[in-house]
Design a protein around this ligand. Structure first.
Ligand code: NAP
Ligand code: ZN
Ligand code: ZN
Length: 346
């Protein structure tokens, strides 16, 4: 065991404070990672506030981890001391079930081990990236290509893969029209990635406040959803809508923006249910589908794609003592476009 510094919420809705946690000894197939940066995902806030249900406390959030390998176990072959690596939303799975073998470890039939707010395979609570070091199995540790700076790469481990996976599955590319709903952490990555894939990209944001940024990041068009004219002008326009909105939404209105056979791929995880009138799906053979992060192999593919296209997250680097303020700004849709904690301040 080693004792490392961390920021933790002692109880639901409590402010995060500096503390120490124990990390397990480095096992045969483990790597010890010196964490350099940890992104703040809206999912951290949902969980710290128990918005998704009962959670495990104390909680050290953080599943957008970028760092450098400091030590490896005797059996490790995939990573070496000094390598630049990342860790995303899960740190283990059974490795034997259908989904694990298919590379969708996030759907492990025996349950994947979340990076935090979960129990590991031996029943100990997991603690996330708002800390200075973590021990992770080599198979759940990603390689961060040299072309990607560690600070702007950290958010790729969740925001990046969560946007990339559905864009790939629903074939964003030349000749397709993709709308990205919500321009926050996931949404701004959706804009960059869909643009790099060759799609025509439209941002649907609550207002035009972030329009210039959206166009700079690769959007071709930018519309405000607080303007009813948007829904008339864009009716039937899109092949794919990627919804990244963290709050309950009137999906029916957005289904009207899809062409027949179009797909609304939802990654937002609001705390309350939404209701839709099924006629808005039937009229036009439309689909609402979900998408949850991505498997290890696809996450590596996404990191390599980002390196090839020079894509990182737009970030504000903060000290750990600013986490509370950052949470408030995320909840107020005032994030530009991901807060990243410099773990040297922990
Ligand atoms: P974020 O940075 O807060 O971005 C969410 C964006 O949604 C905001 O910037 C805002 O965009 C829009 N929005 C917020 N409240 C809204 C409202 N009441 N009405 C309309 N639009 C609203 O959050 P994030 O980190 O990108 O995460 C987004 C959601 O995805 C969260 O619920 C998170 O838990 C979830 N998530 C899911 C997965 C997955 O695997 N499926 C992975 C990571 C995160 P505008 O200002 O442009 O309107
Ligand atoms: Zn996340
Ligand atoms: Zn499994």
């Amino acid at each position: 065991m080693s004792t490392v510094a961390a920021y933790a919420a002692p109880a639901a809705k409590a402010p995060l404070e500096r503390t120490t946690i124990e990390r397990r000894p480095v096992g045969e197939f483990d790597v010890l990672i010196d964490i350099k940066y940890a992104g703040i995902c809206h999912s951290d806030i949902h969980q710290v506030r128990e918005g998704w249900g009962e959670a495990i406390f104390p909680m050290v959030p953080g599943h957008e981890i970028a760092g450098v390998v400091a030590e490896v176990g005797s059996g490790v072959t995939r990573h070496a001391v000094g390598d630049r690596v990342g860790v995303g939303c899960f740190v283990d799975s059974c490795r034997e079930c259908g989904p694990c073998r298919a590379g969708t470890e996030q759907f492990c039939e025996r349950g994947m081990t979340p990076t935090y707010n979960g129990l590991d395979r031996s029943g100990r609570p997991t603690y996330g990236g708002y800390s200075t070091a973590v021990v992770v199995d080599e198979n759940y540790t990603l390689r961060i290509p040299d072309a990607l700076p560690l600070d702007t790469a950290a958010p790729l481990l969740c925001a990046g893969i969560t946007s990339y996976s559905p864009l790939r599955r629903w074939k964003a590319g030349p000749g397709t029209r993709v709308a990205v709903l919500g321009m926050g952490g996931l949404g701004h990555m959706g804009v960059k990635l869909a643009h790099a894939m060759g799609a025509e990209v439209t941002v649907l944001s609550q207002s035009l406040r972030k329009r210039e940024d959206g166009l700079r990041l690769g959007a071709d068009h930018y519309y405000a959803t607080n303007d009813p004219a948007t829904f008339e002008e864009l009716a039937g326009r899109f092949d794919v809508i990627l919804s990244t909105v963290s709050a309950p939404l009137d999906f029916g209105a957005y289904l009207g923006l899809l062409r027949p056979e179009g797909v609304l791929a939802n990654v937002g995880a609001p705390e309350e249910p939404v209701s839709i009138n099924l006629f808005s799906l039937i009229g036009g053979n439309k689909a609402i589908v979900g998408s949850m992060i991505g498997g290890i192999a696809e996450t590596q593919e996404m990191l390599d794609f980002c390196a090839e296209h020079g894509i990182g997250s737009e970030i504000e680097v903060i000290g750990a003592e600013e986490i509370g303020t950052a949470y408030e700004r995320v909840v107020a849709s005032d994030v530009r476009y991901r807060f990243v904690i410099d773990t040297a301040t922990i």
